[in-house]
Ligand binder design. Structure first.
Ligand code: ASP
Length: 294
């Protein structure tokens, strides 16, 4: 039985655009490369050990959220008021259930909370006040928003860098396809903004019969273009492959706006972007592994 996994660390501008010192650049690139390698190997081991796709997606996404290199969880970027707010979603392609949170900075791992919400069949919950009530009602531990204060992210933000939204798509040995996307949103976003990330069918979509998708980039463009749904329904109603549908979708978007990862129902992996950079790592049961930063 075969399995496949692909993770991303966000689509956007390239480190090379704002880190001019070659030695610093190499050091930071190595940090990203090593983090992606470690997390893809972790996901691969889980799949080899028959952990269900939905749990592999959650656990890999937690690793990405806990790594301050990425614009999610602890490493989330700041809005115009210098505050961090997360958006996140998880989708189960077996049941088509999804759960999401937006505008929240009181849960250490937004994807974990999104999964809880999905399991309770609740869709999207937005805003700290509502999320606090939800967490209290299920005795879910919350954190003080001061927890989200990464020195590395503060440095990147000074360079006006919005790198690093994260996403995971997995197909397990039983053919279950699941995905998750988690972000701090765009750097300097206006307070209250909700991007594409927590929207089912826009940043993320999954069905065992079709594919799983996770998207990163400029939320407003991604919403305008219904990115995840466009790919999904083209695959459903035409003979086009995953790669053709992803490429078509990107061709019709302005440059520098979007990056997409996906896995189809037979386990084939594909990603593409119209940005300068998208951190990617993928692996499958045929021993193919790929890690790329640009
Ligand atoms: N799509 C996210 C948003 O607009 C940001 C990103 O993927 O980098 O909030």
């Amino acid at each position: 039985m075969s399995y496949s996994i692909i993770i991303h660390g966000g689509a956007g501008s390239s480190l090379r655009e704002f880190i001019t010192d070659e030695k610093d650049l190499k050091q930071i690139e190595k940090l990203y490369f090593d983090a992606l390698k470690q997390i893809i190997n972790f996901g691969k081991r889980l799949l080899q050990n028959n952990i269900p796709a939905i749990d592999v997606v959650e656990r890999c996404c937690i690793k990405l959220e806990n790594n301050e290199l990425f614009n999610a969880g602890i490493g989330a970027t700041r809005n115009k008021e210098n505050k961090i707010f997360h958006d996140a979603i998880i989708v189960n392609g077996k049941t088509r259930d999804w759960g999401a949170i937006s505008n929240c900075n009181i849960h250490k791992n937004p994807v974990k909370l999104a999964k809880h919400i999905m399991n309770k069949k609740n869709g999207l919950i937005s805003g700290n006040e509502n999320i606090k009530k939800y967490c209290d009602s299920y005795k879910i531990t919350t954190v003080n928003s001061r927890y989200f204060n990464s020195k590395f992210r503060n440095k990147l933000d000074k360079l006006n860098n919005d790198l690093g939204t994260v996403g995971v798509v997995v197909r397990d040995k039983l053919g279950n396809i699941c995905c998750a996307t988690s972000t701090g949103g765009l750097t300097n976003k206006i307070p209250g903004r909700i991007g594409d990330t927590p929207m089912c069918g826009i940043s993320s979509i999954a069905s065992n019969q079709i594919c799983g998708i996770s998207v990163s980039g400029q939320g407003e463009e991604i919403i305008k273009n219904n990115v995840a749904s466009k790919i999904f329904y083209q695959m459903k109603y035409t003979d086009k492959t995953l790669s053709e549908c992803i490429d078509d979708t990107l061709e019709n978007m302005p440059s520098n706006t979007c990056g997409i990862i996906g896995i189809d129902r037979s386990g084939d992996i594909y990603f593409n972007k119209n940005t300068k950079r998208m951190y990617i790592a993928s692996a499958d049961s045929k021993n193919n592994t790929n890690i790329s930063l640009y």
